[in-house]
Design a protein around this ligand. Sequence first.
Ligand code: ADP
Ligand code: MG
Length: 238
Amino acid sequence: MGRITLDKVTKSFGDTNVIPPLDLTINDGEFVVFVGPSGCGKSTLLRLIAGLEDVSSGQIRIDGEDATNLAPAKRKLAMVFQSYALYPHMSVRKNIAFPMKMAGVDEAEQKKRIDAAAKALNLTDYLDRRPGQLSGGQRQRVAIGRAIVREPSAFLFDEPLSNLDAALRVNMRLEISELHNQLKTTMIYVTHDQVEAMTMADKIVVLRAGHIEQVGSPLELYREPRNKFVAGFIGSPK
Ligand code: ADP
Ligand code: MG
């Protein structure tokens, strides 16, 4: 589960084309990083995959099914937003439970999934606190917990760490990588930070003005960047 393919996907806002025809395959269980400068279309691409934006043309398949016109909730993907997207008036437990409540998951199953997510994320002792009583890193983990309990085919992260300070970012980076090792679920991770890309990715997709400049493993891109743009972005000496 978690194989996603984009076939000639395009996106325009009004007369402005933001994503020219784009093909991409994301394999089951892969950790894929979309990297590129601000405004290059990373978030738009992620939102198209999530179904939060409609494609202008082309097809998106998820686990072999045509998902192009599926509502976001039907795509079995979980989008992880920055930590401030938590509900401040709800406990951690209720924040994590919220998507399951919406999906009509029964209480016993909710509890089981919350306990498992809390354990995986070291949040067991914090379930009765409110987001305001947590550190930035803990809040980010709650946001991830809220995604995990939906048992998605893939996790989509849009610059989840950009609100955190440098030390915490390094920490969370390791935690998200560890989580991927544990869950082995497909993850698509958007960042403009080349260090995050190089250290976390199985596969890096380098974007520029909506198109893909190069796709490859961190090592491939470092050793054989296709052009100066990629080299510059990846920090390759070439
Ligand atoms: P990134 O996430 O890489 O910074 P975005 O995907 O947010 O880039 O944006 C790509 C381009 O699409 C930008 O030029 C942005 O202004 C434009 N864009 C994004 N969303 C909208 C929208 N809802 N309406 C119009 N233009 C948009
Ligand atoms: Mg963005």
